[in-house]
Design a protein around this ligand. Structure first.
Ligand SMILES: Nc1ncnc2c1ncn2[C@@H]1O[C@H](COP(=O)(O)OP(=O)(O)O)[C@@H](O)[C@H]1O
Ligand SMILES: [Mg+2]
Length: 348
């Protein structure tokens, strides 16, 4: 039994410390504890439990110690921890009293739940954003009705003899209303609960539509953009989605390049797919970051939102497309492969 306990203790994936209840001295720590905290078993063993106090706040430590003095077991006590030099996270602490060799011993288990806590935060933020988006979409919709009335009366009055001489002003008012209306239309198209904008069309036309915008972005950021659009068949695409994905990928490409660089936007047909590719001459993406790409709010930029690639992922999903990333020190290539027979399936 003793051996079984020892094995369970040492190989447990949760960080564990065994402390003598009377002297408050650490009897042993397991491998997971060493991996989590960076403390060496030899250094910690025999020391006072106060070693834990260096990891958690004084408030949490005092509270836990108080419970321990009163011989109370603790289950799932959540607190923040800091490990030198810079890692912070969230942990659940459990404390159990055991009798080992007739001596009362305290078993402290630390479960690192940092990732869960961060994910929960992200989900909370996302649902908040979603709600704001829905609210904004319905407000946008409501604003259009009164605008239509105002526009109608402006047109009506413009034709009246009483207002001759004011034609220019009326035209300007109507144009401004149309502009506001166009902004709302674009926004509603971007909002999640918009009507499905899928249509059979050519991806090259969609790209050409916004090429001036991308060229303007390039010159503003001191870079070049070139287009290498191959012969591709029409397919079922959502124009606004493709615009959004392309702008995000191209912008990331520009932002990844120091000095003057070129981003290439390419399309070509490969087997049953139409590939949209954005290539940059940036510094590439470190391996440990590649796995995190597409996680909402994950960004390495000071002013980044970390939403660009999540949006691209969502767009890829909606189109049954696959987003692939190739990266090296010479630059990165983001490819979106759209199945070109897709519209036949969707129609069925
Ligand atoms: N072309 C690229 N080259 C290098 N890193 C990139 C590239 N595209 C994306 N990344 C990395 O992915 C992260 C997330 O990108 P994104 O979701 O667009 O958010 P943001 O651009 O706001 O940071 C970026 O912060 C950057 O670290
Ligand atoms: Mg981005």
């Amino acid at each position: 039994m003793r051996k079984a306990f020892q094995e369970l203790f040492l190989s447990n994936p949760c960080a564990m410390i065994l402390v003598a209840a009377d002297t408050e001295e650490v009897i042993n720590v397991n491998d997971s504890f060493m991996a989590l905290t960076g403390y060496d078993r030899k250094v910690v063993t025999g020391q006072k439990i106060d070693v834990l106090g260096e990891m958690i706040s004084i408030k949490d430590f005092t509270r836990l110690k108080k419970l321990l003095i009163h011989n109370q077991s603790v289950q799932g006590y959540q607190c923040r921890f800091t490990i030198q030099p810079k890692r912070t996270g969230t942990a659940l602490i459990n404390v159990r009293y055991l009798t080992i060799h007739k001596k009362i011993t305290v078993l402290i288990t630390i479960v690192d739940v940092t990732e869960n806590a961060e994910l929960r935060d992200h989900i909370d933020r996302l649902s908040c954003l979603n709600l704001v988006g829905q609210l904004a979409a319905s407000i946008g919709h409501e604003i259009r009705n009164p605008m239509t009335t105002v526009r109608g009366y402006l047109r009506f009055m413009q034709k009246k003899l009483d207002f001759t001489g004011y034609d220019e002003q009326f035209t300007m008012m109507i144009q401004e209303l149309d502009r506001a209306n166009a902004i709302i239309t674009d926004f509603l198209a971007l909002a999640k609960n918009r009507v499905n904008g899928f249509a059979i069309q050519n991806i090259n036309d969609i790209i050409q539509d916004i090429s001036p915008l991308m060229e303007a972005m390039a010159s503003e950021m001191g870079h070049h953009i070139t287009f290498d659009l191959g012969q591709v068949p029409n397919s079922l695409l959502d124009k606004i989605d493709i615009h959004k994905a392309l702008i995000n990928l191209v912008k990331n490409g520009f932002e990844a390049m120091d000095g003057k660089g070129t981003v290439i936007v390419r399309t070509y047909k490969k087997e049953d797919c139409i590939v949209l590719q954005v290539e940059d001459e940036g510094k590439g993406i470190p391996k440990e970051i590649v796995d995190k790409l597409g996680t909402p709010f994950y960004t390495t930029k000071e002013k980044g939102t970390g939403l660009g690639l999540s949006v691209c992922n969502e767009i890829a999903n909606r189109h049954n497309a696959i987003l692939e990333i190739k990266t090296s020190a010479a630059g990165s290539i983001f490819s979106l492969a759209f199945p070109c027979k897709e519209y036949i399936k969707k129609k069925a």
